[in-house]
Design a protein around this ligand. Structure first.
Ligand code: ACO
Length: 352
């Protein structure tokens, strides 16, 4: 049995935040942001109303409708996010409840592989379908970054990049061997785990003296205060850290490697691709890959200009948008690829 993407959907919040809008919080310019990242604007969810789960629900309803099934047909949920509603339980069960799939006790799996989260989740779904375990898997990537970034000038190198949104797909079996998910490839290298990370809160306990200076770890007086300490709050240590240049250097190498791995496995070449949909990390990364792989403009889909980097949501949002615009058609060869924190990276090659 082969597996295919039978339906797609996405949701982005209504509120548009331009680069100039960010100037009220930090010392930045539209020119700096566009030149380094390509981003013009991003969407921010409505605080106290929207969450990663509510946005995922909107995207899931569209994907279910697009696949021509009903929510009762869903037999497994895989939810990728790094900005969950709660530390635990994960968003998978919240999405199940929000969709009202309460009569059947289907499984819900949470994936936290950051920017590669959707490709990891899709790969898991592909294997479950190919082994005949499930028939209608709902795979979602959803992020609400706007609630957890440092909007002062101190955090501007990170906060200007990210936006909110959700994307979803339905993965189903197909007997047509020429179509569907041809191959998926997953990789990681923990060497640089802390170079793109949200270090706090965590159970590391702050006892690593050698790391104190670099990551701002603090040693709490009372064991119970290890998870979140007042010092973490006072010293602004509850925000993501990114070594931007190191990420850039690794991303451009790994992206190309993992795309070529997928193409070579399927005995295909870059010129065979109809559409390459990269994780929307940074327009400069996408453009570098496009150039080094010799791809034309109409072989690559980018929408980071409008939505910023939405981590696990970026690929399913871009895929659903590209399908809606008629840029992904039946029979097309589509490659999805991602790189991000961990570092983790992966690809999926699909005959649509
Ligand atoms: N507005 C204005 N100035 C800024 C901003 C901002 N938003 N952010 C940083 N600066 C300043 C810095 O303070 C610094 O000033 P200084 O020279 O006076 O010290 C200057 O700009 C250069 O800062 P760098 O951090 O060296 O800027 P760099 O050229 O590396 O660009 C960037 C930063 C865009 C993040 C770049 O490193 C990059 O593209 N990295 C790739 C990482 C990435 O895209 N990550 C996306 C998320 S992770 C993922 O999805 C895989």
């Amino acid at each position: 049995m082969n597996s295919k993407i039978a339906g797609v959907g996405y949701y982005v919040p209504e509120k548009i935040v331009t680069n100039n809008d960010l100037k009220q919080y930090m010392d930045t310019t539209d020119e700096w942001i566009q030149e380094r990242t390509g981003i013009r604007e991003r969407r921010y969810a409505e605080k106290h109303k929207e969450t990663a789960t509510t946005m995922a629900t909107e995207a899931a309803i569209k994907a279910i409708d697009n696949a021509g099934i009903s929510k009762e047909d869903i037999d497994f949920i895989i939810f990728a996010t790094i900005s969950p509603d709660y530390y635990f339980p994960g968003c998978g069960v919240l999405l199940q409840r929000e969709l009202g799939i309460t009569k059947s006790t289907i499984g819900a799996l949470d994936v936290r592989n950051q920017c590669s989260g959707f490709v990891y989740a899709l790969s898991v779904a592909d294997k479950f379908v190919k082994t005949g375990t499930y028939k209608n898997i709902l795979v979602v990537g959803s992020e609400m970054h706007s609630m957890g970034l440092d909007y002062s000038t101190r955090g501007r190198g990170v906060s200007v990049i990210f936006g909110d949104g959700a994307g979803a797909v339905i993965v189903q079996p197909t007997e047509d061997e020429s179509k569907g998910i041809l191959t998926t490839h997953l990789h990681s290298d923990g060497t640089f785990a802390e170079e793109l990370a949200l270090i706090n809160p965590g159970c590391h306990g702050g006892y690593h003296d050698e790391d104190k200076e670099k990551y701002g770890f603090v040693s709490p007086e009372i064991p119970g205060e290890i998870f979140v300490t007042q010092a973490m709050i006072d010293n602004h240590l509850l925000y993501p850290y990114m070594n931007g240049q190191l990420v850039f250097k690794n991303a451009i190498v790994r992206f190309k490697e993992v795309i070529m791995e997928a193409l070579e496995t399927a005995q295909l070449k870059p010129e065979d691709l109809d559409m390459f949909i990269p994780h929307q990390a940074n327009l400069r990364i996408s453009q570098y890959i496009q150039k080094t792989m010799g791809l034309s403009d109409d072989q690559v889909y980018n929408n980071i200009q409008k939505y910023g980097n939405t981590t696990a949501a970026s690929i399913p949002i871009a895929l659903a948008e590209a399908c809606g615009e008629g840029k992904v058609k039946e029979g097309d060869l589509v490659c999805l690829a991602a790189f991000g924190s961990g570092f983790t990276w992966g690809s999926a090659l699909i005959r649509w």
